[in-house]
Design a binder for this molecule. Structure first.
Ligand SMILES: Nc1ncnc2c1ncn2[C@@H]1O[C@H](COP(=O)(O)OP(=O)(O)OP(=O)(O)O)[C@@H](O)[C@H]1O
Length: 251
């Protein structure tokens, strides 16, 4: 294995409490890894440590394709939710341009930025939303805009923190399919926090399960997501089995 990122003994303390301890694992280049665990188990904290947004002890080692050190990895990030002021008077094109060009948006969107924006919106399947006000986007549409932004330019690692929470089930499935497509067709390495075990089982190559700030289990979806194992990890009755009207397993 030639991991893109090796985590060694990551420890995070917040508010006098040990939130993560002894977290060691590898994220394979080109893989899709799902991070699962009960609420409060430390998933977001681990993403924040990788992003450099939270102080930690331990080591993160980044490697290029030939195993060479990667001193400045590019990380794309899609948060769970971005709350936008409903009066924000900007279109999707302007929103993307503000992030993509150093040229002040007041002077207009540069032609090369416009080309980039067209590519992003086409890739995300939303070219028709270019002139829509961002505040009017549905949850799923906004997440696609944010995903497109996080993928431009291509990141070494794409971090997604419950990116489809609050989106209706059909859009949620489509959104995860889009992420899987980016992983497969572009070879983007993905680390995804999700409570949607059925979706995780379908798309992830590796599953890390956090419990009380430690990696309790890691392996293939088949290994980690077996019913017996999940009951062991989360406790009997904590797992919702698929029902006729239920979206699937969730924790
Ligand atoms: N700034 C902070 N100060 C103190 N404690 C914090 C801080 N941020 C997070 N925590 C605590 O750290 C623990 C882990 O939080 P974290 O958000 O990483 O969990 P999570 O697994 O992502 O949960 P969820 O599934 O609910 O999003 C929680 O008990 C939380 O209350």
């Amino acid at each position: 294995m030639n991991p893109l990122l090796q985590l060694q003994n990551i420890q995070v303390q917040l508010g006098g409490r040990l939130i993560l301890s002894g977290v060691s694992t590898g994220i394979r280049r080109g893989s899709m890894t799902a991070l699962i665990g009960l609420n409060g188990s430390g998933k977001t904290t681990l993403l924040r440590a990788i992003l450099g947004e939270t102080r930690f002890n331990g080591t993160l080692t980044w490697r290029g394709p030939a195993g060479e050190p990667l001193p400045t990895p590019r990380i794309g990030y899609v948060p769970q939710r971005l709350t936008l002021d409903s009066r924000l008077p900007i279109t999707v094109t302007d929103f993307l341009a503000i992030s993509l060009q150093s040229w002040p948006i007041l002077f207009g969107v540069r032609p090369q930025t416009r080309v980039m924006i067209d590519q992003i919106l086409t890739q995300m399947g939303i070219p028709h939303l270019a002139k829509t006000q961002v505040a009017r986007l549905s949850g799923g549409e906004l997440q696609r805009v944010l995903l497109g932004l996080a993928l431009t330019p291509h990141p070494d690692l794409l971090l997604l923190d419950e990116p489809a929470a609050g989106i209706d089930f059909r859009d949620q499935q489509r959104f995860y399919e889009l992420i899987a497509e980016m992983n497969q067709s572009l070879g983007i390495t993905v680390l995804l926090v999700s409570h949607e075990l059925e979706i995780v089982g379908k798309h992830a190559h590796q599953v890390l399960c956090l419990r009380n700030g430690r990696i309790q289990q890691e392996g293939s979806p088949a290994e980690v997501l077996s019913q017996a194992n999940l009951e062991l990890l989360f406790g009997h009755g904590r797992i919702l089995l698929p029902q006729p009207n239920n979206s699937g397993n969730t924790i």
